[in-house]
Ligand binder design. Structure first.
Ligand code: GLU
Length: 345
């Protein structure tokens, strides 16, 4: 009888503990941070706060980018359960540019392995600009990462395929799986960059000379240039980020795009080198793995919670969208998006 009572008491205690846990989770972490009203309010506030700021300038080293409307400003946040929240311009496509580097690296991890990335170009910050020749020379093309141009062009060269078209179609289809729709190239951007990408060709030649690129370096550069010219709107970018936030499964389509086990490595490289020379400052302010592109896009990932993206072409000195950084930092901080910010038990 005594035994029986103790058993019952234990059962009741476990039930109460479990109930308390459920209540505390639903009232603190989730309900407190991912409340739809809070998300909508945070997005609206950021949009209103930053829509009229005039800082920054479009990238112009790729001539076609200088002609993009600097007023484009769109915000999209997609939660890991597939809810979409937006403000501003969601239709206009800009070129994905460097944000593509994340997804080509992901393709190589999926086809080969994360070690292939680690062993070939490395996973360390270079402390140099994104198209630095010095960064290659310093360690003969090692000890860098797939977010800077030499590492990114090398990653593109590692995508498997029997021909140019085969490799290209794989890359484009893969990006589309992350975005949740079929994507296409913005031909004017591609032509403009292809006509002016001699420096990237030189970087690829050096990576070939040091044995990192095994195939044709100029073909790799051309495919890389094309991947940078893929057109994306704000919601596409948010879906790409949300797929990473959701362990590699696109929360809009339900498709597992990349193995869940590779996502932490992708996010680690984004955290290390996603915002050029300001990657440390960004991480300090937000804690979010992110990637920017000179087309004005910025994606950021709050693991397990949401992916967020902003498009706004004017860039700061480091090459990152001015409005996008401000808007994403404010929204994420309002929603408790920083994965390093935990409450003590
Ligand atoms: N296509 C650009 C380049 O290679 C990408 C640069 C960027 O977005 O950082 O110069």
């Amino acid at each position: 009888m005594l035994q029986h009572n103790r058993h019952n008491t234990n059962l009741i205690m476990s039930f109460i503990t479990a109930l308390a846990l459920v209540v505390s989770i639903s009232t603190s972490a989730y309900a407190d941070t991912l409340n739809p009203y809070k998300i909508k309010a945070a997005i609206k506030r950021a949009y209103d706060d930053y829509k009229n700021i005039k800082e920054g300038a479009n990238a112009d080293y790729i001539p076609a980018l200088a002609k993009v409307d600097p007023k484009i400003f769109g915000i999209a946040l997609i939660t890991t359960d597939g809810k979409v929240y937006t403000a501003g311009d969601l239709k206009t496509e800009v070129s994905i540019q460097s944000i593509s580097k994340v997804f080509t690296m992901a393709k190589v991890m999926e086809e080969s392995s994360p070690e292939a990335i680690y062993n070939n170009m490395g996973v360390d910050a270079t402390g140099q600009v994104f198209n630095s020749i010095v960064a290659i020379e310093q360690y003969k093309g090692s000890e860098m990462n797939a977010m800077v141009n030499p590492g990114a062009i090398t990653a593109t060269s590692m995508v498997k395929g029997s021909s140019y078209d085969d490799i290209w179609n794989k890359i484009l289809t893969y990006y589309g799986d992350f975005a949740g729709r079929k994507l296409t190239v913005l031909e004017d951007i591609y032509k403009s960059e292809a006509a002016t990408n001699q420096r990237n060709q030189a970087l690829a030649m050096l990576m070939f000379a040091y044995g990192h690129i095994k195939g044709d370096p100029l073909q790799a550069t051309d495919i890389y240039t094309k991947q940078c010219s893929v057109g994306v709107n704000t919601q596409d970018l948010a879906a790409m980020a949300a797929t990473l936030a959701n362990g590699g499964k696109n929360p809009l389509t339900g498709k597992q795009v990349i193995s869940t086990k590779h996502v932490p490595e992708i996010l680690a490289v984004m955290a290390t080198a996603g915002l050029y020379d300001d990657s440390g400052k960004w991480l300090y302010q937000t804690g979010l793995p992110a990637k920017s592109g000179v087309g004005g896009g910025l994606i950021a990932v709050s693991p397990g919670k949401f992916g967020i993206a902003v498009i706004s072409p004017p860039l700061d000195e480091a090459g990152n969208s001015v409005r996008a950084q401000k808007a994403i930092a404010d929204i994420s901080n309002a929603l408790g998006g920083n994965p390093y910010a935990v409450k003590p038990r």
